[in-house]
Design a protein around this ligand. Sequence first.
Ligand code: CO
Ligand code: CO
Ligand code: CO
Length: 327
Amino acid sequence: MAQEPLAQVLRHLPIPKDPDLLVGIDTSDDAGVYRLSDDCAVVSTLDFFPPIVDDPFTFGRIAAANALSDVYAMGGKPRLALNIVCFPKELPLSVLHEIMSGSLDKLKEADVLLVGGHTVEDTTVKYGLSVTGFVRPGRMITNAGARPGDALILTKPLGTGIIASALKAERIAYEDAEAAITSMERLNKAAAETMIEALASACTDITGFGLIGHTMEVAKASNVNIVLLSEAVPVFPGALKLAEKKANRPRTISQNMGFLRPDVMTGKIAPAMETLLYDPQTSGGLLISIAGDRLERLLELLRAQGINGAIVGHCVEREGAWRIKVE
Ligand code: CO
Ligand code: CO
Ligand code: CO
């Protein structure tokens, strides 16, 4: 669902508060965090969606990596997971078996236990997980901690939305989507452990609202303005070319643009590049905000994990009518 109608509904509901609820719904963060004791808080999140690739095993791997990511983005360690499944009775059960095998494969890699779930009959397949993790309250990394002067690091390229929709419409071959698919299957575990070690000030993962949408959440929750350097933003091979054609753009892109653009000041950049900044990502990378004197260490630690951290922007003092400036 788009950001705007959801925000409208939530605005008018009486959402309860609690002193031990460290991260609630109000800051649009990746997961909720509830303090059990001074040493331990629960991190709780849920994500599910229709197949993004044809192969059910691969879809299961991507869905699990995507659902786990919200716990990693909070600096937490995921531990338990519940399946959420919508499945048509016309489809062979072997498809569901493959989806869950793929998911279990990723959960095992993440050292997360599958403890249950719920399945309903539906006209189309949807799959995802609710994930529970843990974090020391003092080490939690929210989207509200970014400070002026921080650099912003992105750990995966953009373009999964556009590439997946082009693949579904058979406008590209599987090989052309392989880099994006491999990236969607990759856990944000190592990137998260690295940002914790490097003492990041804020973090979120890039998913359905695109780079601009999730950067906006950081800007608002942290009360800073953010400058994004479009030329420094990594994109998957072929994504820019695909973004040039309107037919390849998922509908979510224009929804994201409609909602976010009033707060974005955009310089002279190619329309295809601007499109990619709003492209909805599945299992996207972490966007890490980090103080300047810790930046080199973070990049070094990421490199040691085989992760290419791109410096895509920085935070500045809150000013003016804009929230994000794209250069
Ligand atoms: Co998230
Ligand atoms: Co999420
Ligand atoms: Co049930």
